[in-house]
Write a protein that binds this ligand. Structure first.
Ligand code: 5AD
Ligand code: FES
Length: 341
């Protein structure tokens, strides 16, 4: 069957499946069309998001993740409000107008503490977007953070296939609750980001089709994807990593299906391939997330083995990324970068 990519939005599941699966002949075309669509919506702009990994404590025990509670070898850390504000200050000076506060699901940060941190950032940096990425919480908690000044929320669904979800997570976690969170966040008024890992253990092409169908229902503003990378102290330590190739292919497919979406070229992609992030941008991604976490904690936020950018100061990361963005043929910009819908 010959696939006509211009019809991608009408593809049935079989056609999508065929498109996802390896096919050398249409790969270059796919990337070219995805880049054209990205340029139509966003030009050559690449948005910078300052990432602050503020806690690696986590109550969850996801089988793939290096900071799962079951990993006794992880050195745990938490940033104080002052440390978080210092990181924001540094980021602001580097031109970042979005701060992403990401962490494990850490009950130490109660709603009151999160609201206090968010409102302090909000009062200092009126022109910035505040993005939270702190996992599953109740709708009323999400509402409280929103009222305190948070604008965006990242929560990857990880996989939209129920059976697959259960192979990646212990019984106490559920895909239904994760989805509930995402719809709650949307209803409250957040710009919402979801996404999944590519090549996670037991993933099939059918799972990826389901991921796309779920995203089409959710209509997120942001979609984060990256290859699965094994971590030595997890149950999946011997599992094969996801491939850069399939990740890039999925980036292009997502750009075509969600032309307006903000799509990061992720650290995980840069970890499995030295030019992964550049290729990600060329395949349709338009966001990068330089690390703003104080360097002394960086290595401890180890979701997977050999994570890059753990030794570089924030300014070095900024410079490094700017060069990479230019080398790939794009331009780093410092605006807030809200979704273009
Ligand atoms: N490999 C790749 N990505 C991972 N994540 C967690 N563990 C891994 C891993 N081993 C991703 C998850 C999570 C995001 C913060 O990091 O998708 O949502
Ligand atoms: Fe962090 Fe290159 S982007 S060092």
């Amino acid at each position: 069957m010959e696939l006509d990519i211009s019809r991608i939005k009408e593809f049935n599941d079989d056609e999508l499946k065929q498109l996802i699966e390896y096919d050398e002949s249409i790969n270059q075309d796919l990337i070219k069309v995805a880049d054209a669509v990205r340029r139509e919506y966003y030009g050559d702009k690449v948005y910078l998001r300052g990432l602050i990994e503020f806690t690696n404590y986590c109550k969850n025990d996801c089988y793939y993740c290096g900071i799962r509670c079951g990993n006794r070898k992880a050195n745990r850390y938490r940033l104080s409000k002052e440390e978080i504000l210092m990181a924001c200050k540094e980021g602001y000076e580097l031109g970042y107008r979005t701060f992403v506060l990401q962490g494990g699901e850490d009950g130490y940060y109660t709603d009151e503490i999160i609201c206090d941190i968010v409102s302090s950032i909000r009062s200092k940096y009126e022109d910035c977007a505040i993005t939270l990425s702190i996992g599953e919480r109740s709708k009323s908690s999400y509402k409280a953070y929103f009222d305190a000044g948070a604008n965006r929320y990242l929560l990857r669904h990880e996989t939209a296939d129920k059976a697959h979800y259960e192979k990646l997570h212990p019984d106490v976690m559920s895909l239904d609750n994760r989805k509930r969170c995402l719809y709650d966040l949307k209803e409250i008024g957040y710009q919402v980001g979801s996404g999944f890992m590519v090549g996670s253990p037991y993933q099939t092409t059918e799972c990826l089709v389901e991921d796309i169908r779920f995203l089409q229902d959710l209509e997120p503003d942001m979609i984060g994807i990256g290859p699965f990378i094994s971590h030595k102290d997890t149950p999946f330590k011997d599992c094969e990593n996801g491939s850069a190739r399939l990740t890039l292919r999925m980036i292009s497919i997502l750009r075509l299906l969600f032309p307006y979406v903000l799509l990061p070229s992720t650290t995980a992609l840069g970890t499995i391939s030295p030019t992964g992030r550049e290729l990600g941008l060329q395949a349709g991604a338009n966001v990068v997330m330089p690390n703003l976490t104080p360097v002394r904690y960086r290595q401890q936020y180890e979701l997977y083995d050999n994570k890059i950018c753990t030794g570089e100061e924030a300014a070095e990361c900024r410079g490094c990324l700017e060069k990479r963005i230019e080398a790939a043929g794009y331009r780093a910009v410092t605006d807030r970068g809200d979704v273009a819908r």
